[in-house]
Every structure is written in C-alpha cells, then in structure tokens.
Ligand binder design. Sequence first.
Ligand code: SF4
Ligand code: SF4
Length: 351
Amino acid sequence: MTGWRLSGAELTRWLEDLLRGGTRVIAPVDEDGRRVFKAVDDPARVCLASGKTRWSPKEFVFPKTEALFSYAVQADGVTLRAASVDAAEQVLFGVRPCDAAGLARLDATFLGGEIDPLYARRRDLTTVVSLGCAEAEPECFCTAVGGSPGGEEGSDLQLLPAGEGWLVRPLTPKGERLAASLSTWAAKASDEEWEQARASVRRVEESIRHSAVAREWASILEASFDSPVWEALGRRCLGCSICTYVCPSCSCFDVNDNGTASCGERCRSWDSCTFALFTRQASGHNPRPTQASRYRQRVLHKFAYYPQRYEGRFMCVGCGRCVAMCPVGMDIQEAVRMAVEAPRGSGDAGR
Ligand code: SF4
Ligand code: SF4
C-alpha cells in the first residue's frame, strides 16, 4: 500500500507547507470548551485527539446561509446576477470517517440529479483528509449503518493513527496532489505498519456495540407510515431541530429574499423538516401538520426514501450527534427499530 508514516512534528511540517502554499486549511480546534472546525493559520491549533467536533464540517461546502443570486429592478426590467463562490482551494483536515461519508451523502443530494452549481464549485475546490478513530464515543454507531472508524467513503486522503504518529495515504487524484510533497521527504510506511493500523481500526469497530440496521428495512419502514408508533414518538419530540443542524447529511434549506423590492439577494439558509413551518404553504395548509408527521419524515427520509433512491445507502452515517444532543433523548436508531417492530396501524400522524 502506498503511503507514508508521519511523526507529530512531520504532520505539523506538512500542514505548514500547505498553509505556506496558500491552501486554506480547515481543521478541528478546541475553542471555548468545544471542538469545532475552523480555518487555521497555525498548525499548533489543530486538535486530532479522540472525539468528534460539536458540528459536522458540512457548512464549508453547504454554508448555513448563502446568496443564490442578486436582483435589481429598473424601469426597463430586472437584472439577475448569479452569485459566485470564493475561489480559494480548501482542505478539510481531520474529518472523522462518518463526517466524510456525510459529505458523500450530500454529494448525492446536490450532485446526483440536477447539479447545484454553488455546491459543485465548493466541492471541486475541496479536498477531504479523513482521520481514522482511535476510539469510539458512546453515541457512535457508524458500523450499524455500513460505515467504519477507518472508513474511506468521501475521503481524498486518509490518516490513520499509528502509535505516537500517523499513517497517511491518498485515495483519489485530489488526495495524490495534496500528498505530492510527502513523497520527497516523508518515510514510506511498511505493510506491517498498515496491518497494525487496520488491526486498531478493527478493535474500534468491535467496541461499537450497536447492532446493524438492515437495508431491507427500508420498505418495512415505508409501510409503517400509518403506524401509531409515530404518534408516540411525535409526542416526545420538541421540534427544536437541533438534530438536523448538527447532522452531517441533512440538507434541507429555505429560500428568502434579503433586500428591498428594488434590489437585494435571494438567499438560502439551512432549515429543518422537524420545524412546524417547514412545509406550511402560503394558503396556510400544512401537509405535515403534527410533530409526529414531521419526526416521521426525518426518520423515513434517512432510512427508507434515501436508500431506495441511492443504492441502499442510508442517509444517516451513524455519527450519533443527534442522539447525544437531543434535549429529550430521542434516539434515531431506536425510532427505526420501534417502527420496524410496531404493528402496522391506522395512526393519524400525518392526518
Ligand atoms: S433534537 Fe430531539 S426534540 Fe429536537 S427536533 Fe430533533 S428529535 Fe425532536
Ligand atoms: S441522523 Fe443523527 S446519527 Fe445519523 S448522521 Fe445525522 S446526526 Fe449523525
């Protein structure tokens, strides 16, 4: 396997080289008691210790708010000007494998059918360096949804922990470009070192005790649409939407004009299917009028509709953030199992 072994000091040297070359490096940093992704100008700020960031890195390819185009109304008509993307190349460095897989799920949403040009431009400019996990957190369940603490999906270049240092190897042409300088000064990693790193990944996999969510459940879940189980779950859900904002694969947005009647910008901003207003129409009609119907949409989108459209892959990558952060302890895996095991019924969740 082609790849290199880096000590901590050599990893710092590599990051310094990237920064010196003008690459925008976005990496986990500890700030105000939280770990978050930030653009860094000093490698000493980068934190690759165990644990996830509070939020996923999706905002760097799908910003919380962005202009789609600007408009200006004149006497002789309306001028529309497409928004442009900041043209800097960026590296998302130290992305956990679940979050890298989350980026791949966003790719399917924004690039799998009609191409979203703003997202496509940012993705073109982005190289993802994933960071294998040396240990799992209690809420992690990547292995239950087809992932791994050493997973490669969505990564251009993979870093795996190896003792006091790291093994690094490119997985895509973008990753090869980013690692090009390493071949001139870094030591090649041996097959034995790779095997040790893979054995560590297997140990972390075995420490994750959550049992697998079956792909075949997608159709059972779809058939649960009218089950009373959604009423029970909906009574617990507050509709705060924390679960969707922290999620690496949630992609709902709203569109608003920011300006006056004569000029301004049309913007999109993150939104959430668990908000009551998300589907309310101008007439006042809301096709998802209850919290039960909204929570059901979140679960079925991730575990029934998305897998049916995208080759059985779940739209959940098992990062566990929504489980850890829900203020009333909702657990999306538990909801899936409840819906699969519940008797089909004549609930009125969406009525
Ligand atoms: S975080 Fe919990 S309470 Fe809030 S919307 Fe999500 S499931 Fe409902
Ligand atoms: S649904 Fe929850 S566990 Fe799954 S990817 Fe989103 S935040 Fe992570």
